[in-house]
Design a binder for this molecule. Structure first.
Ligand SMILES: Cc1ncc(COP(=O)(O)O)c(C=O)c1O
Length: 394
């Protein structure tokens, strides 16, 4: 039987694979420390949980409008206005089952076969696969650590062809934690407007910034507003990864196509989680500040320790909760009888011999690096780095 050639070529998420391997080892009683997960280790705030309990008690357990309830879409529009200076009508908002789902809807809404989508590398593992799932062709721009993992305007211009349909922007970035400045974003916006290129702006880490400020690219002028699909959600800022609420905002035509796709593919996002998200967006925001403070301390500790260990190094990320550790100096060296020749090999040996799970950069388009998530306790971070030191001294 012939199965879908396009979809058989879609690879599984390497970050989820590492995380499930870590969880399996842990369940089997292995003393393993995990740095693969891309989720806050904090609990969902009480007011959000209570709103969900209330929703169940009140019987708010039926289908809602496919693109989300009007009250939640109004709250999302308010969020965009207050946080990002973006004016969207509720009809321009589509609430989905996580930002991942919003992104899939966005690519499905704008791409035709052969359309090229520019993806700056290192990239979040799902972008290329999502583009391919929507019949698009990923076109990578490779950034370097020397340039703080940011692409230049000339790199962007060089990557543009007559098939270019969109650019993916992810600031703060997973996996590098880099944050584009207002000036950099304005220059990117100008190129996109000039060349009539859509921008998929994934702003899921917007609240997790330690230096600098978050700017939404759609906020510069009418033209870039019209070309941008702004993606955000509850997972990272509100410690709500399992609740699965994300949202997108776009010009009315794109929003309508996204809502139509979703109405057939998924109906509405979970009704109870929508009530919880409403409480998150409209309730007190102090949990976020507390979380940011803790993440910043952990980041500082991790960066300092890594840069004091021979053979590895990293630059300081300004946002999100990841550190990209450079392991290129280890290539060609022997550890536990095996030659380190790739990030995959390093991660495999590190897990096998030190029982520490990190994600090889290969899946992010960045061999020579492994990604540590510091969304885990300070004790775990200390233990993981102690084990790294011992591992390298083998
Ligand atoms: C850059 C980026 N975008 C989107 C998502 C997906 O978020 P959600 O859990 O809301 O689907 C993630 C999750 O890891 C992410 O890192």
């Amino acid at each position: 039987m012939n199965l879908s050639i396009k979809n058989m070529a879609i690879s599984p998420s390497p970050t989820l694979a590492i995380d499930s391997k870590f969880k399996e080892m842990k369940a089997n009683g292995v003393d393993v420390v995990g740095f693969g997960a891309g989720e806050p280790d904090f609990d969902t705030p009480e007011n959000i949980k209570n709103a969900a309990i209330e929703a169940i008690k009140e019987g708010f357990t039926r289908y809602t409008p496919a693109s989300g309830t009007l009250e939640l879409k109004k709250a999302v529009a308010e969020k965009f206005k207050n946080d990002n200076g973006l004016a969207y009508e509720p009809s321009q908002i589509v609430v989905s089952n996580g930002a991942k789902h919003s992104l899939v809807n966005a690519f499905s809404a704008i791409l035709n076969p052969g359309d090229e989508v520019i993806i700056p590398a290192p990239f979040w593992v799902s972008y290329p696969e999502m583009v391919k799932m929507a019949d698009g062709t990923p076109k990578f721009i490779y950034t370097t650590e020397e340039d703080n993992f940011k692409f230049s305007i000339s790199q962007l211009k060089e990557a543009i062809t007559d098939k270019t349909k969109a650019l993916i922007l992810n600031s703060p970035s997973n996996p590098t934690g880099m944050v584009y400045t207002k000036e950099e974003l304005k220059a990117i916006a100008d190129v996109c407007v000039e060349n009539n290129i859509y921008v998929i702006s994934d702003e899921i880490y917007e609240k997790l910034i330690y230096e600098g400020e978050h700017v939404s690219i759609a906020s510069f002028n009418e033209k870039i507003y019209d070309l941008t699909i702004t993606i955000n959600g509850m997972s990272k800022s509100y410690a709500m990864t399992g609740w699965r609420i994300g949202f997108a905002a776009a010009n009315p035509q794109i929003a309508k196509i996204m809502a139509n796709i979703q109405s057939h593919a998924a109906s509405n996002p979970n009704s109870i989680a929508q009530k919880a998200a409403l409480a998150g967006l409209t309730g007190p925001q102090d949990n976020i500040d507390a979380m940011v403070k803790v993440f910043k301390e952990r980041r500082d500790y991790m960066v300092e320790r890594i840069n004091n260990i021979d053979g590895v190094s990293c630059i300081k990320p300004n946002g999100a909760f990841y550190v990209m550790m450079n392991i290129k100096a280890l290539y060609g060296k022997e550890l536990y009888g095996q030659v380190i020749d790739s990030a995959d090999k390093f991660a495999e040996l590190f897990l096998e011999h030190a029982k520490v799970a990190v994600v090889p950069g290969t899946g992010f388009g960045a061999d020579g690096y492994v990604r540590w998530s510091y969304a885990t306790s300070k004790e775990n971070i200390k233990e993981g780095l102690d084990r790294l030191e011992k591992f390298l001294n083998n």
